[in-house]
Ligand binder design. Structure first.
Ligand SMILES: [Zn+2]
Length: 97
């Protein structure tokens, strides 16, 4: 149960947790009040928000890692070509003597 005070008449209200976040009229004065969410629901929402942020962060990191691997592959290819060319050059200059 969620216990809260009616903001109009100050009467103590007690409603089932399933009504958290919904509106409920006060039995004493008829004021329609928004039932506060139970703490567990608020925590769950925070956890959800947190995990979605984590997922977002993870996606960002994955994207960056993808770019880093592309750059590493590119640089390895470039270095390989340069080293290969140097070896070929060395062989040619060696055999040309
Ligand atoms: Zn009331």
């Amino acid at each position: 149960m969620i216990d809260f005070d009616c903001p109009k008449c100050g009467g103590a209200l007690s409603v089932p947790e399933s009504l958290g976040g919904y509106t409920e009229s006060c039995p004493q004065c008829g004021q329609v009040n928004r039932v506060p969410k139970p703490p567990s629901a608020v925590n769950n929402e925070r956890m959800l928000e947190f995990s979605s942020q984590q997922v977002h962060l993870l996606k960002d990191i994955r994207g960056e890692i993808r770019w880093i691997t592309i750059w590493i592959k590119l640089s390895v290819a470039v270095v390989g070509v340069v080293v290969g060319a140097l070896i070929l050059l060395a062989i040619f200059t060696w055999t040309a003597r």
